[in-house]
Design a protein around this ligand. Structure first.
Ligand code: MV4
Length: 447
């Protein structure tokens, strides 16, 4: 096992990785920007190195500075967390070339899944159902029109280099398609420096369900069931739950098995997430994430497994600590993402935290790097806390959320706590009758 790990991240996920390391007897190195000199991840780590000024491109994305920090501190491995360099294949490669272990999948697998056209082809060939669409990129408009007529309108034009919703265009007929393809291509070129686009049948009211897998370097693969992440706004998840209230055990077991077989077939090793759209009882793969995700705690709650610890064990060449037959779903879990934002306009609300009180009690977990007196900087993602509740049933989780959101105090800035209080009081939330557009309709309705 590693003696020392460098954590190439900030905020709650840097703390989360630090905590896993400490429990494993691993020393930690924090890196930070000048804006984060007083951040909790720097305070908790055994050592810390300043890697540059506030803008992420000059600090948390500054590869030479991060490698230097790993060198001077004698770290053996680098955990990227989520965001920043976590899905950057060339970073993973450079880390390895410098003699450090990248705690994540191989650069080859990151690149494979980073290209959404390749990901779909590889995952489909490995036996996973995908959204019907073009087999590969679309390069001319007549071909686009033929493919679209074949799959049926409406169709969605997507960017191969995209993901997370950027560079998508819906076309309801051929006229729209002939406009959408070049428009999507230009947007994709500007945003991702890759103008490749592909077509998919547009699903109108799906849920977003994702399957968590863990795979080691010895060919062992397990799935940790699924999460329902349909409640999002502007492609930012707001609330996630596990298991999905819409699946039965047979559907769950079947999709989990399909994902494990595919992951084994492609030789992937680390934590990973296969994202699906789910509509009318059918799963359609769209993308695979090759990192630890923000919402991993709901999976940890229902499985009783430390997912971050598993990523570290896998990178060190160890075997998964569990077999599929050891895993069972224990109850239900829900995570609320609490952002430093106005709960109605979603305008960012950085600033000094004047009061900080986290809820506790049975089945309550808070992952946050906040403390009273801390100043939330304006330069980074607005996520400041995650409230995760675990209970025997979904109903118990909702009761526990109502109780714990009421206890939580984050003074000095605006947060999305009131949005969560409103959301969990909705009858459609109680009955889990939501799709990926439901939350946007709810918040639009309030003006
Ligand atoms: C889709 C879709 C409908 N049909 N693909 C958006 C983010 C990117 N990861 C994929 N996305 C979508 N792909 C087809 N064929 C609708 C979305 C989508 C969405 C997906 C998941 C969660 C929230 C979403 C919000 C809007 C659109």
């Amino acid at each position: 096992m590693f003696g020392k790990v460098l954590i190439a991240n900030r905020g709650e996920i840097a703390l989360r990785i630090h905590r896993a390391c400490k429990e494993m007897g691993i020393a930690t190195v924090a890196v930070h920007s000048t804006a984060d000199a007083d951040a909790m991840h720097v305070r908790l780590a055994d050592e810390s190195v300043c890697i540059g000024p506030a803008p992420a491109r000059e600090s948390y994305l500054n590869v030479p500075a991060i490698l230097s920090a790993a060198t001077v501190t004698n770290a053996e491995a680098i955990h990227p967390g989520y965001g920043f360099l976590s899905e950057n294949a060339s970073f993973a490669e450079i880390v390895a070339e410098h003699g450090f272990k990248f705690i994540g999948p191989s650069a080859k697998h990151i690149a494979m899944m980073g290209d959404k056209v390749t990901a779909k082809r590889v995952i489909s060939e490995a036996g996973v159902p995908v959204v019907p669409g073009s087999d590969g990129p679309i390069d001319d408009l007549d071909k686009a029109a033929r493919v679209a007529a074949d799959i049926g309108y409406p169709v969605l034009v997507k960017a191969a280099g995209g993901g997370g919703g950027r560079g998508m265009k819906v076309a309801r007929d051929e006229t729209e398609l002939r406009r959408a393809v070049p428009a999507a291509r230009n947007e994709a070129l500007v945003s991702f420096d890759n103008g490749e686009v592909y077509l998919e049948r547009y699903l109108g009211r799906p849920r977003h369900i994702e399957v968590q897998i863990l795979a080691d370097e010895h060919g062992n693969v397990v799935h940790l069931f699924e999460r329902d992440c349909s409640l999002q706004r502007n492609h930012q998840k707001i609330l996630e739950e596990a298991p999905s209230p819409t699946l039965d055990d047979a559907q769950r077991e079947r999709i989990g098995q399909i994902c494990c077989d595919a992951v084994r077939k492609i030789g992937y090793a680390s934590a990973g997430t296969l994202e699906f759209l789910y509509e009318d009882g059918e799963f359609f793969f769209i993308e695979m994430n090759t990192r630890i995700q923000v919402e991993h705690p709901v999976t940890e709650a229902i499985c009783g497994l430390d997912v971050v610890r598993e990523t570290i064990r896998i990178a060190a060449g160890e075997r998964l600590s569990v077999r599929q037959q050891d895993l069972a779903i224990n109850g239900h879990a829900i995570e609320c993402r609490i952002n430093a934002e106005n709960p109605e306009t979603f305008a960012p609300s950085p600033g000094r935290i004047t009061e900080f009180h986290t809820p506790g009690g049975l089945g309550v977990r808070v992952d946050s790097a906040l403390y009273s007196g801390y100043v939330v900087p304006p330069h980074y993602d607005s996520l400041v806390a995650k409230l995760i509740v675990h209970g025997a049933t979904r109903e118990e989780c909702i009761m526990r959320l109502r109780r714990s959101l009421g206890e939580m105090v984050i003074g000095g800035i605006e947060t999305t706590i009131p949005l969560h209080q409103r959301l969990i009081a909705e009858p459609d939330f109680a009955s889990a009758a939501y799709d990926i557009h439901w939350l946007e309709r709810l918040v639009a309705g309030s003006g």
